[in-house]
Design a protein around this ligand. Structure first.
Ligand code: AMP
Ligand code: ZN
Length: 120
């Protein structure tokens, strides 16, 4: 898609630090990492978001996420990893999954009971 930064990366019109590629996805280092080893898994084909990506491609993204997670945690000597998909407030409107090694959980402002009262 025109003017999509990730489509431009697919076409090598802008550079990226690629750590994995197959027929369906690439994985690159995030340009503005929130943790060491912040990786993005991006389908080669443009899908706007989590709601529009086909099931088969989403499943493949998860397969690759599992494979890469093991490698990233091992090679960077991390404890674990968080998989994150943003929906509705994305910076880049081309579906992608974040891999976040040793991601620190944000501090909570509401208790579980308070959240339960709101969501039940
Ligand atoms: P979001 O759309 O909020 O899920 O996040 C988009 C992510 O893409 C952010 O973490 C950005 O730092 C990252 N990003 C944006 N442009 C590039 C780029 N050219 N290369 C690598 N990562 C990028
Ligand atoms: Zn795109």
């Amino acid at each position: 898609m025109k003017d999509c930064i990730f489509c431009k990366i697919m076409k090598a019109e802008i550079p990226a630090k690629k750590i994995y590629e197959d027929d369906v996805v690439i994985a690159i280092l995030d340009i503005n990492p929130v943790v060491e080893g912040h990786v993005l898994i991006i389908p080669k084909e443009h899908f706007d978001n989590f709601y529009s990506i086909p099931d088969s491609i989403l499943l493949h993204v998860y397969d690759v996420a599992r494979k890469l997670s093991k490698e990233i945690v091992s090679k960077l000597n991390k404890t674990g990893i968080t998989l994150q998909i943003n929906q509705g407030y994305t910076l880049v409107n081309h579906f992608h999954m974040h891999l976040l090694p040793d991601y620190e959980t944000p501090k909570l402002e509401k208790t579980v009971d308070e959240i339960y009262e709101i969501l039940k």
